[in-house]
Design a protein around this ligand. Structure first.
Ligand SMILES: [Zn+2]
Length: 88
């Protein structure tokens, strides 16, 4: 499994839509891939926060910064891709 596939499975997993085999494959990838593991943890935190909005914040102080950085990175990649496509 590559990281792209793992990303898709993460979202399915968080929605509870993965089969046992998919969960197993995802967990095996997460054990080998620290980047995806961190990404998965962030996604889980995001979902927990939106489910339990009234509970005190348990996330680390820089959690929001981490998420924002990730989102900015994604935006930057999208912008670069769009520009590359335009000039082709
Ligand atoms: Zn990965």
């Amino acid at each position: 499994m590559d990281c792209f596939e793992a990303g898709i499975l993460m979202l399915k997993e968080l929605e509870g839509k993965t089969s046992d085999r998919e969960t197993d494959a995802l967990m095996r990838h997460l054990l080998e891939c620290p980047d995806c593991l961190m990404h998965f943890r962030l996604l889980k935190e995001l979902i927990n926060d939106s489910l339990y909005e009234k509970t005190p914040v348990r996330a680390p102080e820089d959690f929001e910064i981490q998420v924002m950085t990730k989102i900015r990175n994604i935006n930057a990649i999208t912008v670069v891709r769009t520009k590359v496509m335009k000039y082709k």
